[in-house]
Design a protein around this ligand. Sequence first.
Ligand code: 5AD
Ligand code: FES
Length: 370
Amino acid sequence: MPIPHLTTEYLLEKACAEAMLFKDEIAVLLRLEDRAEMVKLFQAADSVRKRVHGDAVHLRGIIEFSNRCARQCVYCGLRAPNPELHRYRMEPEEIIEIARQAVALGYKTVVLQSGEDIWYDPEKMCHIIREIKAMDVVITLCMGEKSHEEYRHYREAGADRYLLKHETADPALYASLHPDMQFENRIRCLEWLRELGFQVGSGNMVGIPGQTPEILAEDILLMKRLDVEMAGIGPFIPNADTPLASHPRGNLDMTLKTLATARLLMPGAMLPATTATGTLDPFGRQKALKAGANVVMPNVTPLHYRQHYQIYPDKICLGEEPGDCRDCIQAIIQSLGRTVGTDAGHSPKVISNRPQPRALVRRGSDLGGL
Ligand code: 5AD
Ligand code: FES
């Protein structure tokens, strides 16, 4: 039975006014089943997105530079114990060259993503970061848990942002999904990244076994507490070569409800319409862009590598050249009456609330227009 005063109208009004809800209130929104009620939630998130971020959708070009991984995340196809995957690792100069092509395609942010692969030691990584930084582009790293010292080296070399999804805010569920990792360490890494002046991204999956709306509410509240600049929210998609092979995929509506509620509670965060959402539904990314999202992360990995970066199966865009992906995304954005962002696409809260990260202060000029 819904609690009588917790009507959708009341909750949306409160969330829009205060950017805060209690856990049980969030869970009520996530349990909405009636289509008209869900649409109200999506529309509220869409109007907060428009008010805070305008109509620009920011693009981030992702380079998947190594699919080698030392970890054993039970949902992920890159996990070390998966013998089915053909493994690759790009040379530093190759990564730099791909970044150059991404910049030539117009990307203002390059995301360097990999499994946890210690072959890329600080010396190699800092060389890669410095060379790419010289192209006057924002650098986001997404390469897992490292030491404080390593993160510091990357920051000093010029990396601006770091994505480290917390995956689930429930410590017991986290432990069951990550046999070789600790929830506390994940959070410690996120705190270090914050202290070091990175713009921090976290995120979670929707539809993992054992998850409840209350746990999803905790995911949103955790990211709000961490005051993240970015939150990647996407559905779980089972991979046949992992222990979660036979678990059902995440639900699109639940993913969109989580995303929309995250937008209400974190108005200034950059929220991607994730690739996993686009894989779950042919119009998944469009639906996400109409439910609070304002970022898309097209793949710029060369095709012969891309097919091997199989975190989950049937990932979209496996056959598209980087230039084609960019054109396709641009058409999608324009079909929604939105525009492709032309600046660095920082979260507005970075500009207004916080001392600016050193790398930005040094360049200075790209803050114009924000
Ligand atoms: N389905 C959906 N998303 C997944 N990820 C990993 N495995 C899966 C899966 N099976 C996501 C995680 C990880 C990111 C790189 O991909 O959130 O952080
Ligand atoms: Fe390493 Fe997923 S198991 S990226």
